[in-house]
Design a protein around this ligand. Sequence first.
Ligand code: MEV
Length: 320
Amino acid sequence: MNKVEISTPGKLMLFGEHAVVYGRPCIVTAVDQRIKVAIEEMGNQSVILNAPEVQIENLDLKLKNNDLNQIPKGAKFIAAALNNFCAEYHLEKGLKIVTKSDFSSKFGFGSSSAVTVGVIKGLAEIKKVKLSNKQLFELAYKSVLDVQGVGSGFDLAAAIWGGTLYFVTGGKQIKPLRVNNLPLVVGYTGIKADTATWVRFVAERKVKFPVLVNDIFDTMEKLVELARKALENEDWDSLGELMDINQGLLESLGVSTLKLTELIHTSRLSGAWGSKLSGAGGGDCMLALTDKAKTVEKAIIEKGGQIIYAKTNAQGARME
Ligand code: MEV
């Protein structure tokens, strides 16, 4: 029987979150905490899914035309990936799909996107069709939009290409950046945030104050260009300052929380070059750029945060 195993990395947004939903660029890095997707062909036409990290056990799916409204939350992205792949490439046999994650889906590391990419790449291997990274991205992006309606797709690009990327909305530009492992400390607030909720929150602020919010996005765009240079030159002083400015702009969009702000300020006071939230805001993770990792980690823990050890610039989707 035909069997494949794919692994894909999680991600951390470094600069430009929210603005990237509105046509601006961002910078994202892939992290070495991965999701594995094993796919095995079976005799009949059904699909059996096991995804223990999102409490899915022996769920019956169809090869295509799954009604996403009827599918439990944890399985929606996989059902959408099946729908979109099988609409283009006909699969005859049934499948057994099992996922296994190195990290909790609560961290905001992009587990839904990583699993979507893993499933589509796995299906392509089973079907023996050669998908380019861009074709894989397009199918995965359609699947994510089918489920959550919003999103720039930056996390899919990180899961596919890996490394550290300069990315523009919907994959209009995807450029690998020359960087090594970044001196980052990652702190988890203990609060799981829902991306779609925070994207909608910003959309509402943009309706109310369009001129202000567009100006913030324009400033973020300029900031991302400066951050790209500082990153490639390993100019940590400037990169840290740019993180602080990015955080200020995110504060003005209204997506930072007391816990995030507390962990960010404590990192700065402990000597970090700079610190900001990472992702949609509302909880999830913050980042501190620092060569004093131990001191910053201790300060974050003292304020009730949890340290997540993750190397940046990790390899993209691969066969295991
Ligand atoms: C969420 O991690 C980042 C956002 O920019 C949404 C997106 O780009 O899809 C808020």
